[in-house]
Design a binder for this molecule. Structure first.
Ligand code: NAP
Length: 509
């Protein structure tokens, strides 16, 4: 792997349409970023002169590297600009500004049109190329074309529609780096890892937006996420990589929890959201040490929906608990081998066992899906008596048979169970927030209600249970429990649940 670039810059693009707002955003960006990119194409032709008049003084004040970009609409910019208008802009850019900026971003077509003639000193020119739709297969050839220009920096930004596209982006860094400085980024959620790992792999800079909604390209993390969550400017070729594999993964809380632990331990590691559609090619090309095409120190993976089952055929060893549940949520990379585990059972059971003894207790499990399966496994091992309440009792029967449970209706829920565990999504934010899976049930005799749903923290079911005087347990307990167990499997370090709770903004109580 290439060594890290001596300059590791997190660059914030300035993307406001009026002079006042543009300057205010620049001031804010300078405070949080190592460099800023002034996207002058965000300003109208009428506003541009006022900004250019103000700029020399501001550039002196800011004292950080500044890039100027004037992108035409067909290449992702905000202005409809003819080739002549673009040439005019760069020709007329005042010398006092050119002297003070670090770089000017000129698109490849413009530079090829110049045919070697200089509009600006070449040591200040970034030659850029963008594709907002896809990552073409011939990116290395394109890099070769860009390397034939005299530009000091080569920049490639392409939309990654599949995580495998990140391989081409990283290949660009490796290809360009011996000759020139390089910026190579994958746009979109599937490309996020290229943005986080760019600096560690030798790129000159990576872009972070000032805030959510101020992105200059899809999938751009915020500068705060890059610096604080991922520590993108601290990573290097020795960094251990962990991540969550799923589709979708943008909403996952796992990066928050695991990165908080890596930071608290001051460990050279990072945990990434990995948006994966095709788990077969992902395992072959990015994970399995003997076949992967990426040189990286991948140590472990969390596996989430929809891959918990179909990942199993790729594993060299599967823990008996995961085998019996029929789902893997954790992969540990041991030398050349991939080992699979399921930490959902322990994650769900540990917080429950801290509150009640499950032996011989009657537990009502609501729902008969994946998490109900892990819960039933854990309950049966602890000697609980289980009734599964499902909207479709026929679907619940095979599960009930496997764990010697009874089946009952969810609709019109009636039970003498001491404990109720909700394993349906009812009450979840974005699904049916505010609803309870058992809206008309009298919960007054129930000892404990456990809701696996964790957004919102206080679900309608938990509120209903509290009103009836029951003890309650929310889904964050399981989320933290299974994550802490994953971290232990990867690193041998236990007891990190407290840090994870804090990262989620909560505490056990
Ligand atoms: P799943 O495999 O899709 O199972 C969902 C179950 O809920 C199925 O039995 C389904 O019935 C039932 N269901 C769905 N919508 C329903 C409705 N409107 N009325 C009645 N029953 C309904 O999902 P899962 O993986 O078990 O996850 C379930 C929920 O648990 C998630 O939404 C999540 O909030 C929570 N969870 C939390 C954690 C944690 O760490 N805290 C971990 C895993 C899951 P059908 O089969 O008839 O559709």
């Amino acid at each position: 792997m290439s060594p890290k670039s001596s300059l590791s810059l997190i660059c914030v693009p300035v993307t406001e349409p009026s002079v006042g707002a543009f300057l205010a955003m620049s001031e804010a960006a300078v405070k949080s970023a190592d460099a800023i990119e002034l996207r002058l194409d965000y300003l109208s032709q009428e506003d541009l002169p006022a900004l250019l008049t103000e700029l020399p003084r501001r550039l002196d004040e800011w004292g950080k590297p500044v890039i100027i970009t004037f992108r035409p609409a067909e290449q992702g910019g905000m202005r409809s600009l003819s080739l002549e208008a673009r040439l005019d802009f760069w020709r007329n850019l005042p010398a006092v500004i050119v002297e003070r900026i670090a770089y000017a971003d000129l698109e490849l077509d413009l530079i090829e049109h110049l045919d070697g003639r200089a509009l600006l000193p070449w040591e200040k020119v970034i030659c850029s190329w963008h594709n907002f739709d896809r990552t073409p297969g011939d990116l290395p050839a394109l890099c070769g074309r860009m390397l034939r220009t005299p530009a000091a920096v080569i920049k490639v930004a392409a939309k990654c529609n599949r995580i495998d596209d990140c391989l081409s982006i990283f290949e660009c860094i490796d290809l360009v780096r011996p000759d020139r400085k390089v910026i190579a980024l994958g746009m979109g959620m599937a490309g996020l890892m290229t943005r986080v790992l760019a600096l560690s792999r030798g790129a000159l800079l990576t872009f972070g937006s000032l805030s959510r909604g101020a992105e200059s390209a899809p999938g751009q993390p915020t500068v705060d996420e890059l610096k604080t969550l991922y520590r993108a400017d601290k990573l290097d070729s020795e960094t251990e990589i962990y991540g969550v594999v799923g589709y979708p993964v943008a909403h996952s809380r796992s990066p928050l929890m695991h990165n908080a632990v890596l930071t608290a331990l001051d460990r050279n590691g990072v945990y990434l959201p990995l948006e994966v559609l095709d788990v077969d090619s992902f395992i072959r090309d990015l994970v399995r040490p003997s076949t992967r095409k990426l040189d990286w120190k991948l140590r472990g993976l969390s596996v989430t929906i929809p891959h918990k089952l179909n990942v199993m055929k790729h594993l060299d060893f599967i823990d008996p608990v995961a085998l019996q549940i029929g789902a893997v949520n954790t992969i540990v990379i041991e030398g050349n081998k991939l080992h699979g585990y399921n930490t959902d059972v322990n994650g769900a059971m540990s917080p429950l066992e801290e509150i009640v003894d499950l032996t011989g207790r009657h537990v009502a499990v609501l729902g008969a899906g994946g998490s109900a399966r892990a819960i039933c496994y854990g309950l049966s091992r602890r000697g609980a008596r289980i009734t599964i309440h499902a909207r479709d009792q026929a679907k619940a029967r095979p599960l009930a048979q496997e764990f010697s449970a009874s089946v009952a209706s969810l609709d019109g829920f009636k039970s003498d169970a001491a404990i109720i565990i909700n394993c349906t999504p009812i009450g979840m934010h974005g699904h049916s927030e505010g609803q309870s899976p058992v809206p008309d049930a009298d919960l007054s005799g129930v000892e404990l209600v456990y809701d696996l749903v964790y957004t919102p923290k206080q679900t309608a079911l938990l509120a209903q249970a509290e009103r009836s005087g029951c003890r309650t347990l929310g889904g964050l307990a399981m989320l933290v429990g299974q994550a802490a167990d994953q971290f232990r499997l990867w690193t041998g370090i236990s007891d990190m649940a407290g840090v994870m709770w804090k990262a989620l903004g909560g505490s056990k109580e």
